[in-house]
Design a protein around this ligand. Structure first.
Ligand SMILES: Cc1cc2nc3c(=O)[nH]c(=O)nc-3n(C[C@H](O)[C@H](O)[C@H](O)COP(=O)(O)OP(=O)(O)OC[C@H]3O[C@@H](n4cnc5c(N)ncnc54)[C@H](O)[C@@H]3O)c2cc1C
Length: 529
């Protein structure tokens, strides 16, 4: 059977997307709900992002009835806009203003909408590196359950379903091309990114939602495909807790944006996939008591540098992120990437104020932005703030800052070698504008102080760690919360460490593995209704 029900096609001369043609009654919109709801499914999935969308579709494809409860709204392809402010205020958690707090503040971006962060991300797909799986085996004893052999078929299926392919030359764009050329000159191994992509037009709008549904995020793939298989989604309904009675998860208790109770019962299981930040707090509110809950939170702190060139770059055309290098992943713990930012976001990276800022904005077509993700060693915590919000504490360590400093200096040198007139390193204590390659020496000496760096976090891990021992982990190697029947966690909160590569594909591979095993157990009668 095709995995692509209701696929996009032309309709009366207009593009018609899969999220325009949803089965009647399959979406219960919490923004317009006028009464309480009580419903029942075989499995209830909390969250519709990378992990939740994948789990839901895998379970529905195994013939189980699936209800998805999602805190955010559904932004349809027809409603996508370029305006960063409008999009972020509708689909980003806290309109994009969520912060990690520690020795410094670090913004942490998360989608809060159908599709979760896959609506606003760059769709880069990386299989989990084998060294990470080996480390999980050596340090956490997961080798009997989490193996490359078990994960590879999941990745194969995901890549088929979601059309993972390399960025083509036609949509590479100048920002990406220049990076590849320069890296090659330096002997740095690069590759075109592999992305979830069906017909990218190079509009550079991944971060505000693809207006062509070419990016294969969850809101145009696994979520609608789940609904086509009889599933239902409750949007704009925030899960407050899972009702656990007699040691078993019974139902999910949510509240709609209009304030009504939404109670969704699970015959067999509740699968929590609300992300590394929200999942631990949902478990806490559900009465899960584990010393490990909320601990071992990790990120890949990311930094980016702008460079001003004489030649046109035009970041508005080309894959938002199209080229990368893991050349330094093992030796120096960072990964290099390109990123084409829209002017509203890149504006925050431009140096100067007033006239000076205005004149740089006028030259925006000549700006390139290259970035690095640090495989940080630091760990933080996730807890609940007074009033019920999420409180994340995290500070990078000195080793992480050394990696960040080295990556910044390398990118700055690459930009000058590629012909940049100015490079903007974004480190406090280093001039905001470097005008020659010799000045990059100032970056080599930059302070090792977390407050000096302009990090952002989009890759999140841990805080409900997997392991055998209930005193040091939250879920067992079958993704089940220790000592709780029918309660599973399938997002990257279960990852014992970060990865050093972009996480979505690994999250989906793990979620698919967990959901396939759960479906087999339910089908085999090993989980009683
Ligand atoms: C701007 C950006 C760019 C990125 N680029 C890439 C990339 O190119 N490649 C890559 O591999 N990774 C990328 N990432 C990271 C990647 O998107 C995430 O790692 C991945 O989506 C996480 O999956 P998840 O299912 O855990 O969380 P999400 O995808 O964030 O989904 C979690 C969902 O749960 C919902 N939820 C939370 N709490 C509740 C609640 N109480 N009740 C109901 N629902 C709830 C949320 O609203 C959300 O929709 C990027 C992230 C961002 C923000």
């Amino acid at each position: 059977m095709s995995t692509r029900p209701n696929d996009g096609h032309e309709h009366a001369g207009k593009p018609h997307h899969v999220d325009d043609a949803l089965p009647e009654g399959a979406v219960v919109d919490g923004e317009t709900l006028t009464r309480a709801i009580d419903d029942i499914f075989d499995v209830v999935v909390v969250g519709s992002g990378a992990a939740g969308g994948t789990a839901a579709y895998t379970l529905a494809s195994a013939g189980l009835s699936v209800g998805i409860v999602e805190e955010g709204p559904w932004m349809r392809t027809r409603d996508m806009q370029e305006d960063v402010h409008d999009v972020f205020s509708r689909v980003m958690r806290m309109s994009g203003l969520q912060m990690l707090r520690g020795k410094a503040f670090m913004p942490v971006l998360q989608g809060r909408c159908v599709g979760g962060s896959t609506l606003v991300n760059s769709a880069i797909a990386w299989r989990i590196p084998e060294d990470v799986v080996d480390e999980w085996h050596a340090r956490f004893g997961l080798g009997t359950h989490i193996t490359m052999r078990a994960l590879e078929p999941q990745f194969d299926a995901l890549e088929r379903d979601l059309s993972v392919s390399e960025v083509s030359d036609e949509v590479l764009g100048e920002n990406n091309r220049l990076f590849v050329e320069q890296a090659k000159r330096r002997g740095i191994v690069t590759q075109p990114m592999r992305r979830y992509d069906r017909g990218c037009k190079g509009s550079g709008q991944c971060l505000t939602g693809c207006p062509h549904a070419a990016k294969q995020g969850m809101s145009v793939t696994y979520v609608p495909w789940t609904l086509a298989r009889g599933g239902r989604i409750f949007t704009s309904c925030r899960v407050e807790r899972v009702d656990v009675r007699g040691g078993r998860a019974r139902s999910v208790l949510a509240r709609s944006a209009t304030g009504h109770h939404v109670t969704v019962h699970a015959r067999y299981a509740v699968v929590v996939a609300a992300s590394t930040v929200q999942t631990p707090n949902i478990l806490r509110r559900s009465g899960v008591r584990s010393r490990a809950l909320g601990r071992h939170f990790q990120v890949h702190p990311a930094l980016s540098l702008g460079g001003l060139f004489d030649r046109p770059i035009e970041m508005t055309f080309g894959a938002t992120q199209g080229a990368e290098s893991i050349h330094f992943r093992s030796t120096d713990r960072f990964k290099l990437e390109t990123i084409s930012l829209p002017p509203h976001l890149a504006g925050a990276r431009l140096p100067g104020v007033g006239y000076e800022l205005g004149s740089r904005l006028a030259q925006f077509g000549h700006v390139a932005v290259w970035a690095a993700q640090v495989r940080s060693r630091a760990e933080g915590t996730v807890g609940e703030a007074w009033g019920g919000g999420d409180r994340i504490r995290y500070s990078v360590e000195e080793d992480d800052l050394r990696a960040a400093r080295k990556a910044t200096a390398l990118i700055a040198r690459m930009m000058f070698e590629a012909g940049a007139r100015e490079v903007w390193p974004s480190i406090f204590g280093v001039p905001s504008i470097l005008r020659s390659i010799d000045e990059v020496a100032l970056v080599d000496e930059a302070p090792l102080d977390p407050r000096a760096y302009n990090f952002i976090a989009t890759h999140l891990f841990g805080a409900a760690r997997m392991g055998h021992d209930a005193s040091s982990s939250v879920v067992d190697p079958d993704f089940r919360v220790h000592d709780t029947e029918g309660l599973f966690v399938v997002d990257s909160s279960v990852f014992p460490t970060n990865l050093g590569v972009n996480p979505q594909h690994s999250i989906m591979g793990m979620s698919k593995l967990a959901a396939s095993r759960l479906a087999a157990r339910i089908r085999g009668g090993r989980i009683a209704a």
